[in-house]
Design a protein around this ligand. Structure first.
Ligand SMILES: Nc1ncnc2c1ncn2[C@@H]1O[C@H](COP(=O)(O)OP(=O)(O)O)[C@@H](O)[C@H]1O
Ligand SMILES: [Mg+2]
Length: 246
């Protein structure tokens, strides 16, 4: 699934200390095309606009100017529910509701009026590496790492073509984070789901991304293959980011 972002701008009005409204530029002149089947990382320091960009792609917010096209169709003309079936999102902290694992996994299929049985649920658990867990277990009884895997399984239940991942490892310890990154790679390679991974941690992109875009202060400062990003960064800002100085 091709996602094209053309001349996108996003500002937000915030109240300054003196009570006056001030325009904050969240994204400025964003132009990028995300490849149809790969892992694209969006890297950048905190506050650079990464979450803002992901929210636009999932229609949780809309740009002030510019266009977003999904397989060449303007995002405005796609109903949100259809869009979110094809483009799933996983957040920084597991987005689950109270109840059993099965309740959570079947939520999407019920919403989209698709059949969903325990066999399908078990298959999803296997994909996310939770083979031995009981479907009737309560979400509250799981570790955060397990809950994040259930969040992935829940997104996959809708058979998405793209997954938007907003710092999905941030609640996890380093070893659980690496395991989750390997799972993301597996989902991409074995299920053909395109991945857009947002992170402020360079090593995470280095581990799994095919392409990297560096976003700083709401602007794309570097965009290309992961190997060229790390071997020959074109801009001084990217070199600083790679050295851990940004
Ligand atoms: N509701 C808001 N009010 C004020 N500032 C905001 C709001 N939402 C986002 N921002 C600011 O917009 C910038 C970009 O935010 P965000 O997209 O969340 O960045 P990132 O995900 O890269 O950390 C940040 O400087 C953030 O502080
Ligand atoms: Mg963010």
């Amino acid at each position: 699934m091709k996602i094209t972002i053309q001349n996108v701008w996003k500002t937000k009005s915030i109240e300054a200390d003196n009570g006056k409204l001030r325009e904050l530029k969240l994204l400025s002149d964003i132009n990028i095309e995300f490849c149809g089947s790969c892992i694209q990382a969006i890297l950048g320091p905190s506050g650079s606009g990464k979450t803002t960009l992901l929210r636009l792609i999932n229609k949780l917010d809309s740009p002030d100017k510019g266009h977003i096209l999904i397989d060449d169709v303007p995002i405005n003309s796609i109903p949100p529910r259809q869009l979110r079936k094809d483009i799933g999102m996983v957040f920084q902290v597991p987005a689950l509701f109270r109840g059993t694992i099965f309740n959570n996994l079947s939520f999407g299929p019920i919403l989209y009026k698709k059949e969903f049985n325990t066999e399908q649920a078990k298959r999803l658990l296997k994909i996310v590496g939770l083979n031995d867990i009981d479907l009737s277990r309560d979400i509250d009884s799981l570790s955060v790492g397990q809950q994040q895997r259930i969040s992935f399984a829940r997104s996959l239940a809708n058979e998405p073509r793209v997954l938007l991942l907003d710092e999905p490892t941030s609640a996890l310890d380093p070893s659980a984070a690496n395991n989750l990154l390997d799972l993301i790679k597996k989902i991409n390679k074995e299920m053909g789901v395109s991945i857009i991974l947002v992170s402020h941690i360079m090593e995470h992109a280095q581990r799994i991304a095919d392409f990297i875009c560096l976003l700083v202060e709401g602007r794309i400062v570097e965009n290309g293959t992961a190997s060229s990003f790390f071997k020959q960064p074109q801009t001084g800002i990217a070199q600083k980011f790679i050295r851990g100085e940004l």
